[in-house]
Write a protein that binds this ligand. Structure first.
Ligand SMILES: *[C@@H]1O[C@H](CO)[C@@H](O)[C@H](O)[C@H]1NC(C)=O
Ligand SMILES: *[C@@H]1O[C@H](CO)[C@@H](O)[C@H](O)[C@H]1NC(C)=O
Ligand SMILES: *[C@@H]1O[C@H](CO)[C@@H](O)[C@H](O)[C@H]1NC(C)=O
Ligand SMILES: *[C@@H]1O[C@H](CO)[C@@H](O)[C@H](O)[C@H]1NC(C)=O
Ligand SMILES: *[C@@H]1O[C@H](CO)[C@@H](O)[C@H](O)[C@H]1NC(C)=O
Ligand SMILES: *[C@@H]1O[C@H](CO)[C@@H](O)[C@H](O)[C@H]1NC(C)=O
Ligand SMILES: *[C@@H]1O[C@H](CO)[C@@H](O)[C@H](O)[C@H]1NC(C)=O
Ligand SMILES: *[C@@H]1O[C@H](CO)[C@@H](O)[C@H](O)[C@H]1NC(C)=O
Length: 413
């Protein structure tokens, strides 16, 4: 009996020893550095919000993604990522990095293609960037001047996000080295009309998309020097009041143009002339008043979507939309339209029209507008949204919605 006990004890002891050895081997093989978590066969190392002040040592050699978001790291030593030949993405958003925080050679790994240095304390673009970087996320750093030599070591960048810095000055040639860049986002900075020299983007021959939203621009930038590779431009929320004639004439590859949430109050005739490939024009929520003329949208032969929603447009000339042979969706909601001629939506000119949004206008629901009420029941395109569309007059029908009324209620006395 006693002998049995001893044998059992020895056996348990041996199991314990084996377990300890296993554990040791476990942690020696590829330890996940404290206080991080390691996921997906240790290819993703997560050290978010752990309060660390240094990059952890002994990162797994097969680390692909290193997430160091929201910590107190202020220094990146030269050897921080030594031997991590699969490292592809580093997220250091919201740390304490500043100019000179990155030791020379620290990011010298050709496997790194995406880096996030947003919400740090940089006042200039660091010169020590990975040699094959494709994406640089750099929003919310206190940069006010983008210097001429900023990107000389960053020729490989394709996607540059500089959202919400404090940029008011862009030195000449600042973007010149970015010969591969596809997208530049400079939204929510302090750009004014003098900030961007005419030739600021003239060397970025691969640029597809430029975002200048929420800056202090008062005029449409001189687009004659913008690369003809551009497909999308967005300029939401600036202080621009006029879109001049032929403002975009050289941008023949442009497909999307958004000049919305701003103060545009006039569009000159032929403003969009030359934009043969433009498919979507967003002019939502401006300050556009008066008449859309026969020449306002001249040249937009490929346009599929046009939003004039939330403006103060009071009249649309009969032929204003006739150049838009490919128009499908039209937003006219929340304007100052009292009436509209049936020729405006003549489908012999705009055969692909599929939806028109008309609610939120002070419609005079008389015989001149009966045609549109009829279309609501029976047109090749949808007229939206009937239950939200009210009449402002004549007195008999004022306040009624278009679903309350039949076409025969639209009468002239
Ligand atoms: C990841 O590292 C941990 C900690 O060292 C180790 O125990 C585990 O075996 C590794 N996971 C995989 C799937 O390799
Ligand atoms: C896990 O990582 C190790 C070491 O890098 C590797 O040898 C192994 O093939 C990986 N396993 C899987 C399932 O990916
Ligand atoms: C860590 O940060 C990444 C973004 O970098 C996020 O996607 C992830 O959910 C975060 N993980 C944890 C555990 O906080
Ligand atoms: C970066 O690495 C390459 C080779 O991998 C080497 O030739 C070069 O000198 C390194 N540069 C720096 C600044 O460490
Ligand atoms: C314009 O678009 C066409 C067709 O997509 C393309 O072949 C051409 O290279 C583009 N032009 C520029 C300057 O990128
Ligand atoms: C809109 O334009 C009118 C003049 O047409 C001007 O008085 C007003 O200040 C403008 N409003 C905004 C928000 O720009
Ligand atoms: C606008 O076009 C319509 C339809 O083609 C035409 O009847 C009208 O005369 C034009 N108006 C002006 C001011 O040219
Ligand atoms: C609706 O349109 C069709 C042809 O598109 C026509 O035959 C029919 O008479 C129209 N109905 C009304 C009420 O206008």
């Amino acid at each position: 009996m006693c002998k049995e006990h001893t044998r059992m004890y020895t056996l348990l002891n041996q199991i314990a020893v084996i377990l300890v050895l296993l554990c040791l081997q476990y942690s020696l093989s590829d330890p996940c550095p404290s206080p991080c978590w390691c996921l997906y066969n240790n290819t993703t190392v997560v050290c978010n919000l752990t309060g660390i002040t240094e990059i952890p040592k002994g990162l797994p050699r097969n680390t692909i993604a290193l997430l160091l978001r929201s910590n107190e790291i202020s220094h990146i030593p030269k050897t921080a990522f030594d031997g991590l030949y699969q490292l592809s993405y580093i997220d250091m958003t919201r740390n304490k990095l500043q100019d000179n925080s990155i030791e020379r050679g620290a990011f010298n790994l050709s496997s790194i293609d995406m880096i996030d240095l947003s919400a740090n304390l940089f006042t200039s673009i660091p010169q020590e960037l990975p040699p094959k970087l494709l994406t640089l996320n750099f929003y919310n750093n206190p940069i006010s001047t983008l210097k001429a030599n900023s990107f000389v070591h960053a020729k490989s960048i394709q996607y540059l996000n500089m959202l919400a810095n404090q940029i008011d000055t862009v030195q000449e040639h600042a973007f010149d080295p970015l010969i591969n860049v596809r997208v530049i986002d400079l939204s929510s900075n302090s750009l004014n009309d003098g900030s961007l020299r005419p030739k600021a983007f003239s060397k970025n021959m691969e640029l597809n998309e430029l975002r200048l939203n929420y800056n202090q621009l008062q005029a449409i930038p001189d687009t004659s020097y913008l690369p003809s590779s551009l497909q999308k431009i967005s300029i939401y929320g600036n202080k621009i009041t006029t879109i001049p004639s032929h403002a975009f004439k050289s941008l023949t590859n442009l497909t999307n143009l958004a000049i919305a949430q701003g103060t545009i109050n006039s569009i000159e005739d032929n403003a969009f002339f030359g934009l043969d490939n433009l498919r979507f024009l967003d002019l939502t929520q401006g300050n556009l008043s008066g008449t859309i003329t026969n020449s306002t949208f001249n040249g937009l032969v490929s346009l599929q979507g046009l939003s004039l929603d939330i403006n103060k447009v009071s009249k649309i000339d009969a032929g204003a939309l006739h150049p838009l042979k490919n128009l499908q969706e039209l937003g006219l909601s929340e304007n100052k339209l009292m009436t509209i001629e049936s020729a405006v939506l003549d489908t012999t000119f705009i055969p692909k029209l599929s939806a028109v949004y008309i609610y939120g206008n002070p419609w005079t629901c008389d015989c001149h507008l009966r045609w549109l009420r009829e279309k609501m029941d029976n047109a090749s395109y949808k007229v939206g949204s009937p239950s939200l569309t009210d009449c402002a007059g004549p007195p008999d029908v004022a306040g009624k919605t278009w679903t309350d009324l039949k076409p025969s209620d639209f009468v002239c006395k």
